[in-house]
Ligand binder design. Structure first.
Ligand code: NAD
Ligand code: DAU
Length: 335
């Protein structure tokens, strides 16, 4: 296939782009704004390969999208481009509204104009929190944060383009991803790097919030499955095989890094914090997909990757991330 992968310089987008290039022989054009979270280095192992090209540009800019389509002549757009950190959406929602609402609209219009298929990468957070049981694709949409609310809006716009214009669009909603190349603002890489440095491990509230962990390689394969076999107009959930409370995730990381339990600090809870996510993946499993990586195995591999790839995270920890970290945690961690 010939794909335009928007947001392909981020964590999951780069995992997907690499998978499609190396395992499927696809041609991939990446369009990415390179926000703080996007890095061309995430794909440095495939840079220069036949079939791969990179363009810097924002999805909300029609000229940038048109240039990427002219350059790559894709059959489909796969949209990963997003602002993805819930805490940042609470502090500064502006970019979330712009990228998710306007950006998705611009991509949908381009897909319509050029007759392209469209896949929207979405999240289990659109369903809100669930104490017991598990979300299916039929569950009501009850997003709680500016991040999840704007992602929900984008999903609804995608569905409207299928219903109104017959755009061949699908949506794939994932649970919490982890693995190599994840920006260290997220729970798992943040805890790994802090544990390796002997820094405090900031657990929000009681740490009993539960997340449904999926390895990024499994989520990327699920997206590929939906792209190839999904029915247009449909939503497919892709959840991981294991659920775990945050405090238990932190304890596993402490064990794998050899850090001390005394580094754990319970800090003020996230406002509007969803207590539990849980996703049923029956529908995408019926397409022949299943997750391959169990949480403990994937976590061990992820800790090893961060230990062995200082070249990747050292520049991040000394750049924008430092200021973000001071803003987000400074006061809380000073007690
Ligand atoms: P990420 O933050 O690592 O990467 C996002 C990428 O999008 C970056 O490369 C960034 O530069 C790019 N981007 C941001 N705004 C853009 C814009 N306006 N125009 C072009 N590019 C832009 O995110 P991720 O964790 O890889 O998430 C990718 C997608 O998967 C998102 O849509 C997210 O909502 C969804 N998702 C993430 C998870 C998770 O646990 N990380 C789970 C389910 C779904
Ligand atoms: O569920 C899918 C979503 O998973 C994606 O759509 C989002 O893009 C992605 O960021 C992620 O959202 P979460 O809010 O669940 O991920 P985060 O890594 O920020 O937090 C995971 C849990 O850990 C959550 O309950 C908050 C908690 N946490 C997080 C951080 C960063 C802490 O206790 N301490 C922390 O320092």
């Amino acid at each position: 296939m010939k794909l335009l992968v928007c947001g392909g310089a981020g964590f999951i987008g780069s995992t997907f782009a690499r998978q499609r290039l190396l395992e499927h022989g696809d041609e991939v054009t990446v369009l990415d704004k390179l926000t703080y979270a996007g890095r061309e280095e995430n794909l440095r192992d495939v840079a220069g390969r036949d079939g791969y090209s990179f363009l810097r540009g924002a999805i909300e800019e029609p000229e940038a999208v048109a240039a990427a389509i002219a350059a790559g002549r894709p059959e489909a757009i796969v949209n990963f481009a997003a602002e993805t950190h819930v805490d940042r959406s609470i502090a500064e929602p502006d970019a979330f509204v712009r990228t998710h609402a306007l950006g998705t609209y611009v991509l949908l219009e381009a897909a319509r104009e050029h007759g392209l298929a469209y896949l929207q990468v979405s999240t289990d957070e659109v369903y809100g929190s669930i104490e017991l049981g598990t979300f299916t694709e039929e569950s009501p949409l009850r997003p709680s944060s500016p991040y999840s609310a704007t992602k929900t809006g984008a999903d609804l716009l995608v569905q409207s383009y299928f219903h109104t214009y017959g755009l061949p669009a699908t949506i794939c909603r994932g649970s919490n991803n982890y693995g190599p190349y994840q920006y260290p603002e997220k729970l798992i890489p943040l805890m790994i790097l802090n544990a390796l440095h002997g820094d405090p491990l900031p657990v929000y509230g009681d740490g009993m919030q539960v997340r449904n962990w999926i390895h990024a390689s499994d989520f990327a394969r699920a997206i590929g499955h939906v792209l190839e076999h999904g029915r247009h107009g449909e939503v497919y959930n892709a959840g991981g095989p294991d659920e775990e409370a945050n405090i238990e995730v932190v304890r596993r990381i402490i064990e794998l890094t050899g850090a001390s339990e005394s580094l754990i600090e319970h800090v003020a809870d996230r406002p509007g914090h969803d207590r539990r996510y849980s996703l049923s993946s029956e529908k995408v499993r019926a397409l022949g997909w299943e997750p391959r990586v169990r949480f403990q195995e994937g976590l061990e591999e992820t800790v090893r990757w961060y230990r062995e790839n200082r070249w990747w995270w050292e520049p991040i920890r000394s750049g924008e991330y430092r200021e973000y970290y001071a803003r987000q945690y400074g006061r809380a961690l000073q007690g």
